[in-house]
Every structure is written in C-alpha cells, then in structure tokens.
Design a protein around this ligand. Structure first.
Ligand code: ATP
Ligand code: MG
Ligand code: MG
Length: 348
C-alpha cells in the first residue's frame, strides 16, 4: 500500500493510523515531541520542529498524501510539502486556527456564532464587555484546546482584575445553551458528503466528558439547520476529509461554537457505533476512495472519556460486554489529560 503522512502525534493520529492499517495503508507521523503515541503504531516517525522545511520536504517525499490530526500546526512552513497534496487543505487549517477568522467565515455563510468582539488591549476588553455584556468568556484566538486559554468573566470587575496574556484574544458572550452537540461530516474528493448522527456532548471544565446518541429531541430538531451550515463550510473550503462543527443548542436554534478540520473526540463512538468510523472515512476521503456508510449501528451509544489519574475499576469495565475500552498508551497521567475512552453500545 501507499504511505499516508500524519502531522501530529497524539491519539487522533494513533486512531487514524490504526484505521489506515486495517485497509492496507502504511503511515508516517511527523511531530515535534519525541514521545508520540501515534508514531508507536506507525511504520515511520519524523521527530522535527514544525518549521523545519528540510525535514518537512523529506517527510512529504515518503508520502502519497499528507493530513493533520492537530489543528495548531503552523501553516506557512507546510509549503515545503508540495507537490505532495495536503488534505484537508492549508486553507481549512488556517481558517480553523483563529477563532475570530473562523467565526467571520461561518457568519458569512449564514451561520450564527455567539456575540463576540476582538480584544488586543485592556481598553478593547472594556469595550467588548460593554458591547457584548456579561457573563462572557475571554479566549485566546489561537492555540486553545480542551478549554485551555480561556477565562470566564462574570462582571467588569473580573475583567479589570485580569492580566491579559499579550496574544490576540476574543471575548464571547456566555451562551445560555440547553445542550451541546456536534455535526461531523466527511467530504470525498468528488464532493460527496455524508454525516454521522449528531452526538449530544457534555463538557466538564472545558473538556469533553461524554457523547451520547441518539441526542435529545431539542438537539435532533436543530440538526438539519446545523448540517446545512456544515455542508456550506465544507463546500466553500473544497474540503476533503472529516470536518467537525460544534454547536450550542439554544431555545431559539443552533449557535455555532467552533470547528475542527479533523476527526473529533465527539466522534470516537463511531469506531463501534457506526457502520464506518470517522477514522476510516477520513482515510478513505484523503485517498480518493468511495466513502463508507455513516449510519448508526446501535440503538444507543455512549462514549465517555478517561481523563486524568486513571483511577478506574478496569476489571469491572472490561467485564461488562457492553463496554469497548480504548487506552491511548500515554506514559504519564496528568489532571485534565485525555488517557482513553470507553464506548458503551446498546444493541436493542
Ligand atoms: P476543544 O477544541 O477541545 O473542543 P476548546 O478549548 O477549543 O476545546 P471551546 O469549544 O471554545 O474550547 O470551549 C469548551 C467548552 O466550554 C464548550 O464546549 C462549552 O461547554 C464551554 N464554552 C465555550 N465557549 C462558550 C460560550 N461562548 N458560551 C457558553 N459555553 C461556552
Ligand atoms: Mg477547539
Ligand atoms: Mg470545543
């Protein structure tokens, strides 16, 4: 088989590589950290900085196509990958890397993001609070994940007490949502789009805790509008691969939260809960193969993350035949670190 290049060395890369191996592909991981749980299951590993053009060029020469599992890869150095295709494109990556750019892009396509304002200085923050109101959340525009780089602001006094980090920021209204859900789609090279069923997601401390299917009636009623937006985003970007949009389900309809130009934690349930997983369909899409059926393959599916200290009753988890255990093989457990997940499948 051919070799697929993966930028990023975490659990998403690991699960992509496992899906690729199943259908005969070899993977080559490129990541700056020595320890890579993705590289462990791959044929080749380049450990080099993101901006090392010579290493990127050699890596691309070994690959038929390059993809990414991490959305904060610097875009400019990726020019060194040419002529090997990068899928999804650098434009998709660039759009999703900046919360302000992403919200404007989606709003231009008719989506509804939370009320927000750009913040670079303390004066900007005061103005943003006047315009948007409180409570709100101040976020770094770039590099955030799992709720990192976010500060909740209950009042202008909170804001005055904050020491700004000196990087570009965005202030968002704290959306009074009823539920959260995600739309995950795959778009093939021929423009064919398929959606997985939308999971209802529960976060704790900014980190995904649980995804459940089917979602509640309120969410199900909002999925068509959310899918329509996700389709427009994918088409506008000429997107190839798996794309995720996160939404807040509010009384008056779906509010766009953010997008991820990649497979997503709220789609891990699809490994056992769908006919074709998000990982396999991403590989199929970037390799130009026909897409697999995304239908739900169970009556009910619940995925919960294993986060932090690994203090779980493993024998009990493994003894229950409804459970499917996934551990990512990370060497060190830390508070808030995603160590694995458990998917619970109810057949009937
Ligand atoms: P990830 O990329 O890992 O999903 P992130 O760091 O990009 O996370 P967000 O999706 O911006 O973080 O926020 C994490 C969670 O915090 C959201 O899923 C939601 O529960 C809450 N949250 C974030 N922004 C808002 C908002 N404007 N209103 C209400 N809740 C919010
Ligand atoms: Mg995010
Ligand atoms: Mg998020």
């Amino acid at each position: 088989g051919e070799t697929i290049g993966i930028l990023g060395g975490g659990q998403l890369g690991r699960m992509l590589a496992m899906a690729a191996a199943q259908i005969g592909y070899r993977c080559h991981v490129y990541a700056p950290e020595r320890d890579s749980i993705a590289a462990e299951v791959c044929a080749a590993f380049t450990c080099a900085p993101w901006d090392d053009a010579a290493s990127l060029r050699r890596f691309a020469q070994d690959c038929a196509v390059v993809t990414y599992e991490f959305e904060n890869v610097p875009v400019a150095p990726l020019a060194a990958l040419a002529p090997t295709p990068l899928l999804p494109s650098g434009r998709a990556l660039e759009t999703a890397q900046d919360r302000l750019v992403e919200k404007r892009f989606v709003a231009d396509l008719g989506g509804r993001p939370a009320a927000h304002a750009r913040v670079d200085t303390a004066d900007d923050l005061a103005a943003a609070i006047t315009a948007v109101g409180t409570p709100g959340i101040l976020k770094t525009r770039r590099d955030g994940y799992d709720g990192k780089g976010q500060w909740r602001i209950a009042s202008s006094a909170d804001a005055a007490a904050l020491r700004l980090p000196g990087t570009p920021l965005i202030y968002e209204q704290l959306v009074p949502f009823v539920a959260e859900f995600s739309v995950i789609l795959v778009r093939g090279m021929d423009g064919d789009i398929r959606f997985w069923d939308s999971a209802e997601n529960v976060h704790a401390g900014g980190i995904l805790a649980r995804s459940t299917l089917p979602a509640s009636p309120l969410v199900l009623a909002q999925v068509p509008e959310a899918r329509e937006l996700a389709r427009k985003v994918a088409d506008a970007l000429g997107y190839v691969g798996v794309l995720t949009l996160e939404f807040f389900a509010c009384e008056d309809g779906p509010v766009f939260n953010e997008m991820a130009p990649r497979v997503h934690n709220s789609g891990h349930w699809s490994i056992e809960g769908a006919i074709t997983s998000q990982f396999e369909n991403h590989i199929r899409a970037i390799c130009g193969l026909p897409l697999g059926d995304t239908s739900l393959a169970a009556a009910r599916v619940e995925m919960r993350n294993v986060i932090g200290d690994m203090a779980e009753d493993w024998p009990a988890i493994l003894s229950d035949p409804a459970n499917r255990l996934h551990l990512y093989g990370k060497a060190a457990a830390r508070p808030g670190r995603k160590m694995g997940h458990v998917t619970r499948i109810t057949v009937a």
